[in-house]
Design a protein around this ligand. Sequence first.
Ligand SMILES: Cc1ncc(COP(=O)(O)O)c(C=O)c1O
Length: 420
Amino acid sequence: MATTLNLTQTRSHFPALSSGYIFADNAGGSQIPREVVDRISDYLLNTNVQINVDYSISRQSTARVAEGLKAATELFNAASTNQVVLGGSSTANMDNLVRRLEGDISEGDEFILMDGEHEANNGTWKKLAERTGALLKYWHPTQVIPSVNPCAIVHQVDQLLPLISDRTRVVAFSACSNILGSVLPIKEISRKVRDEANAKGAKKVQISVDAVAYAPHRLIDVQDWDIDFCMLSFYKVYGPHAAALYCRSVSRQPSSSVAHELVYGTTGIVPYLLSLTPLNNLQSTFDAITLHEESLLQTLLGFLTHPKQRKRGVMIVGDETSDTTRVPTVSFVVQGNGTGIESKEIVKMVNRRGGVGIRWYNYSCFTATGIPLPVENGVARISLVHYNTVEEVHKIIEILEDTFASSDSNGLSDSDSSST
Ligand SMILES: Cc1ncc(COP(=O)(O)O)c(C=O)c1O
């Protein structure tokens, strides 16, 4: 049984939360706890010298930078700090990595990419395919059955396996989409991909996992997952604007380059996470996070999937199930005989009220055809993390109710509008 989070204690680590503002665009970047900010300023105020030199303060700052690499190694559960590279962003890290793989790719090799994947783990492989003559295949999401909602889509491993051939070289996907919010069973996918590739005679398959939208909600374990590359952006997981990349093969690593104070700042992330339960291990922390986030998800999805909202044309983009197979990153559109409000407009109206920040997201990263998504208008996205409260979700619901009500002249009766 997971420990319950003490929300007052949890929130006290984040000065920004005391203002009462509701941060609901966390998939764009999380708030940063004192543990991290204090380390950044301590580095700058007290140890901001050239590293790798033989005077005492330099030895101290060198050790601090090394600690940052250890922190990232711990977050990945990588076997060695040699397998971890730090960089300005996950996108830049992947670009650097993929350039180093270029000599190892032949014309006709196949890359399987996840349709809907963020460009960080998609665009880089596409560019490499252009340069090398490798072929692209896409793992498309499919509708959750049974569901009346055509946008209730998830990536199912059964759709991935038939794409594998003896020429498969790379399989790249997200542990959790920053739009759909479903948590994929990485270990199972990785095992099935490798079994299928072996059976079909593929000589070398590397699995590249984008864990950027996953890391704030669940524990990463690159060893257990048996994957080759994994990306994580610290600024989405309660750290500063920098990123880490896990590369199983040491010889293929790009070199690290991040401001030293930020590297040292990342060493505050694990202590913050460990402070959330008395059990002092990361798995317990993420169990407690999962439990709390499920209550946020249930409250928000309960409102957005209510028959009244359905009648208004509200459709969740992603799985509507509010359990632990999902994180509280909730995307939706409003459609219905052309009377719905555009996603952009909903977000504008909510944000105009003040006191809460949500965003709309462009679906251009989805290359799928056949899924009825309003590509040009994007989707509205509310993305919550463990420091959000159920009370905050109720406030968001109140604002959404007002926003949706402004379009009710398009057909809802008074009796329809009494319940949420
Ligand atoms: C799922 C996902 N992957 C990758 C990235 C890119 O991260 P970075 O900004 O560190 O390049 C993002 C950023 O929003 C993301 O949401």
